[in-house]
Design a protein around this ligand. Sequence first.
Ligand SMILES: Nc1ncnc2c1ncn2[C@@H]1O[C@H](COP(=O)(O)OP(=O)(O)OP(=O)(O)O)[C@@H](O)[C@H]1O
Ligand SMILES: [Mg+2]
Length: 258
Amino acid sequence: MAKRLDIKDLNVYYGKFHAVKDVTLSVPPHSITAFIGPSGCGKSTVLRTLNRMHEEIPGAYAVGSVLLDGEDIYAKGINPTAVRTTIGMVFQRPNPFPTMSIRDNVVAGLKLQGVRNKAQLAEVCERSLRGANLWEEVKDRLDKPGGGLSGGQQQRLCIARAIAVSPDVLLMDEPCSALDPISTLAIEDLMQELKKEYTIVIVTHNMQQAARVSDQTAFFNLEAVGQPGQLVEIADTETMFSNPTKKETEDYISGRFG
Ligand SMILES: Nc1ncnc2c1ncn2[C@@H]1O[C@H](COP(=O)(O)OP(=O)(O)OP(=O)(O)O)[C@@H](O)[C@H]1O
Ligand SMILES: [Mg+2]
């Protein structure tokens, strides 16, 4: 079930490079938070630290805390793989296992957890595909490879795969940037459904998308190349787009940037 995320004094480094500085923000449950800002300001970097995905990058580390309903995901003894199940991620390019069947793509995480019961796997498969609004399109070809779907279908397959393990939070890094406008709208509609059950953070370069889908928006920026990215301001999306506090935000949103 949806949980709140609290990020406190987060700093992220790639070796000696200080990529993101002093980020503090909260993501309420059952809501969509959009991260916007220019390329290189650290949106993906912050997102990856929310489920410890950055630990897969050699030399990357985070200082600060990320609390999921008050529990620090960085606390001693917490298994990063378990964190990534609870806090799932969908990437910019749809990345299903291309030769694996649609069915197995969806239940891959459950199988990794040791679930073998066929009826249970079939039930979760259908529920997740319905949840990702893909069931009707693929129900007659569940044994066909995931790589045989269109880009938009593959992205919904990846969303089904993420929700199959019953996460609390879904992180999405530019999930529509490789998709056509129709598939993009399908994913945006789907997000409105998903937020009833999950807490969602989305990175997007598309200002209209942020305005359309999110409840609150966080604007990140960096003072100069080589400097760490910082959170400039965060507000409910309507306020952010109609009446931002900082001139920097207004310039970015209105396209007068840089
Ligand atoms: N794996 C990495 N190793 C070293 N530096 C990295 C790595 N990933 C990102 N960086 C650096 O960290 C900074 C923030 O990058 P990040 O990818 O988080 O930006 P972003 O806001 O997501 O940009 P974009 O909008 O282009 O996706 C950049 O200076 C980038 O070069
Ligand atoms: Mg990025």
